[in-house]
Design a binder for this molecule. Structure first.
Ligand code: CA
Length: 512
C-alpha cells in the first residue's frame, strides 16, 4: 500500500512537473526593435533578454490584426477577429465565449489577469482579476477590482501592475498550478515615462531608420491617406509633452486647447515632488522649438528623438519590472516549473517611413516580439524562425497545461516547437485582416497573406493591391503588383489567400 502511495505521489509530481505554471507578460505596442535581444541599437533590456538567453526567441512572430482590443480577444480565443467578434477597439467582448483561461480553469489551473484588459466587458474564466478601466493612466491609475469597485493605485502603472501581480502570486492557492496574464499599459501612446527613466533617456539620441524620410507621394491610397506620420500627426504637447507656454506665440506650432489641456492633465498626475523636474525637461523641448524654429525634416528629427526618448524610457520601466517578476520566481523556487512568455499585442513604428502607430500589415506593425522560457524544456539561447501568429498563443498555453486545442480555435500549438520536438510547422502562410477605419490614424481596411518570401495585401475599400518581395525588399518600399516578372508569384499568393479565406471562414470580402 505504501509503495502504491509513493508511486502515485511520484506520478502526481511528474504530472505536476509536466504542467508548468504559466506567466504570460504582454505589454502594449512594444516593438521588437525596442528589445536588445532583437536589436541593440536603441535600448538595453537585460531582464527581457534573460528570457532569450534562458529560453527561445521567435524572429517571425506576427499578429492577425494589429491593434489593441482585437489582439487581446485573439489571445483569449485563439481565433481571428471575425470569429471572436472583436474587429476594432470599439466593440465589447462577449464574455460568455469560451476562452483558454476557462479551459485552463477546468483543467485545474488557478487563473488570473492583472493590468490592461481593454475589452469593454469584465473578465470571465479568472479566479482573480484586477484591470485598468479602458487604457488606464500612467500615474496614479484607477483599477477595477473583482467586486466592481474602482480604486486609485498610487505610483507608476508598470510598477503598480507588477506589485499587484506579485501580491497575487503571494496570496494564490499554492496547491494548484497557476496561469497569470500580466498585461502592461505601457508603452502605449501618450508615451509617459517614469521619472527615473526619463532622467536617463531625455539626453540620449537614437539612430534614424533607413526609411525615415520615405517619400509617400507615389504610393498607393493607403500610404497617402494614413495619419500616423511623426511630422504632421504627432502632437507636440500631448504626444511629445512639449511645454505649451513656449509655443503659444509661434503660429506653426501653436497647440489647440485639447493638447494644452492634456499636457496639464498629465502634469497634475505627476507626484508633487517630481513635477518641477518633469516640467524642466519638457520646457527644454519648448525652448529648442522657440529658439531654432525647425521646419520640415529638421522638425521631424527633433520630434523623432523626443518620441524615442519617452517611448524607450517607458520600455526601461517594463524591463525593470520583468526583472522583478523573474527575481520573484527565483526567490520563491518557482523558476524551474514556470513557463514565462513575453510578448506585445503587436509591433509599433519607431520612425520607419517617418511613422508611429501600428495597424498596417507591413512587417513593422504585424510583427510582435515573442520569447519563452521553461528551464529544462525549452532550450536556452535558442532561436526559432517559423512563421507563428497570435492565434497560436491560446493553443500553446493550453498545450503546456495539458489541454488539447479545441476545434474552434484557429491557431496551432507551438509547444513542440518550443520544446524542439518539432522543427517546422506545416502551415506556410499567415492571414491578416485589419478592419478599423477611425479618425485616429485613418489606415484603410485591408486583408492579406504573408509567406516566407512574399506578402500580398488587398486594400479592398479602394480596390488596390500591393505585393512585396520580402527577401529583396524587407522594408516593403517597392510595390511589385504591376511588375510582369512577379505575375506567377502574385497568382500563387492570390490562390493561397483564397484558400486561407475559406480555411478561416472569412469570405465576406470578394477578391475578384
Ligand atoms: Ca497595442
Amino acid at each position: 500500500m505504501r509503495l502504491l502511495f509513493s508511486l502515485l505521489l511520484i506520478s502526481l509530481q511528474l504530472h505536476a512537473q509536466q504542467r508548468p505554471n504559466i506567466i504570460y507578460i504582454m505589454s502594449d505596442d512594444h516593438d521588437a526593435d525596442a528589445i536588445s535581444a532583437y536589436n541593440k541599437q536603441f535600448i538595453q533590456t537585460p531582464n527581457i533578454d534573460r528570457l532569450a538567453k534562458e529560453g527561445m526567441r521567435f524572429t517571425k512572430a506576427f499578429v492577425g490584426n494589429s491593434i489593441c482590443a482585437p489582439a487581446r480577444a485573439t489571445l483569449l480565443t485563439g481565433q481571428h477577429s471575425h470569429k471572436n467578434g472583436i474587429k476594432d477597439n470599439f466593440t465589447a467582448f462577449d464574455s460568455s465565449k469560451n476562452t483558454f483561461p476557462k479551459l485552463l480553469q477546468q483543467a485545474g489551473y488557478q487563473t488570473a489577469v492583472i493590468g490592461k484588459w481593454h475589452l469593454r466587458s469584465y473578465p470571465a474564466g479568472f479566479d482573480y482579476w484586477r484591470i485598468l478601466p479602458g487604457m488606464g493612466q500612467y500615474y496614479d491609475t484607477r483599477m477595477i477590482k473583482m467586486n466592481g469597485d474602482t480604486i486609485i493605485e498610487r505610483g507608476y502603472s508598470t510598477d503598480v501592475i507588477t506589485d499587484d501581480a506579485i501580491d497575487w502570486l503571494n496570496m494564490r492557492d499554492k496547491n494548484k498550478p497557476f496561469s497569470l496574464l500580466l498585461h502592461h499599459k505601457a508603452p502605449h501612446r501618450y508615451f509617459f515615462p517614469s521619472f527615473k527613466w526619463l532622467e536617463v533617456f531625455h539626453t540620449k539620441t537614437f539612430p534614424e531608420p533607413s526609411t525615415f524620410f520615405a517619400d509617400t507621394t507615389d504610393r498607393g491610397s493607403a500610404w497617402r491617406m494614413q495619419t500616423m506620420s511623426i511630422l504632421p500627426d504627432m502632437q507636440l504637447c500631448s504626444d511629445l509633452k512639449v511645454d505649451p507656454q513656449y509655443l503659444m506665440d509661434i503660429p506653426e506650432y501653436k497647440p489647440d486647447s485639447s493638447q494644452i489641456n492634456y499636457y496639464h492633465a498629465i502634469m497634475r498626475r505627476v507626484p508633487d515632488s517630481l513635477r518641477e523636474r518633469f516640467q524642466e525637461i519638457y520646457a527644454e523641448r519648448g525652448k529648442i522649438l522657440k529658439t531654432l524654429r525647425p521646419q520640415g525634416k529638421e522638425l521631424l528629427k527633433y520630434k523623432y528623438q523626443w518620441y524615442m526618448q519617452d517611448y524607450l524610457a517607458c520600455i526601461a520601466v517594463i524591463d525593470e519590472n520583468v526583472g522583478r517578476v523573474l527575481d520573484y520566481l527565483d526567490a520563491n523556487n518557482l523558476a524551474e516549473n514556470t513557463l514565462v512568455i513575453y510578448t506585445s499585442d503587436q509591433g509599433f513604428y519607431l520612425g520607419e517611413n517617418g511613422w508611429f502607430d501600428k495597424r498596417f500589415m507591413y512587417d513593422v506593425s504585424m510583427q510582435t516580439p515573442l520569447l519563452a522560457r521553461w528551464p529544462g524544456y525549452i532550450p536556452a539561447n535558442s532561436t526559432n524562425t517559423n512563421l507563428v501568429q497570435n492565434i497560436d498563443f491560446a493553443p500553446t498555453i493550453l498545450a503546456f497545461g495539458g489541454v488539447k486545442t479545441p476545434v474552434w480555435m484557429q491557431g496551432v500549438s507551438l509547444k513542440n516547437l518550443m520544446t524542439t520536438k518539432q522543427d517546422k510547422l506545416s502551415r506556410k502562410y499567415l492571414y491578416y485582416h485589419y478592419y478599423e477605419y477611425s479618425k485616429d490614424h485613418t489606415v484603410i481596411p485591408h486583408l492579406g497573406i504573408r509567406g516566407e518570401s512574399y506578402k500580398l495585401i488587398y486594400f479592398y475599400t479602394v480596390d488596390e493591391w500591393e505585393f512585396y518581395d520580402l527577401e529583396k525588399d524587407p522594408t516593403e518600399q517597392h510595390n511589385l503588383i504591376d511588375d510582369p516578372s512577379q505575375l506567377p508569384n502574385i497568382i500563387q499568393m492570390k490562390k493561397e489567400l483564397k484558400k486561407l479565406q475559406v480555411e478561416y471562414d472569412d469570405q465576406e470580402i470578394s477578391l475578384k
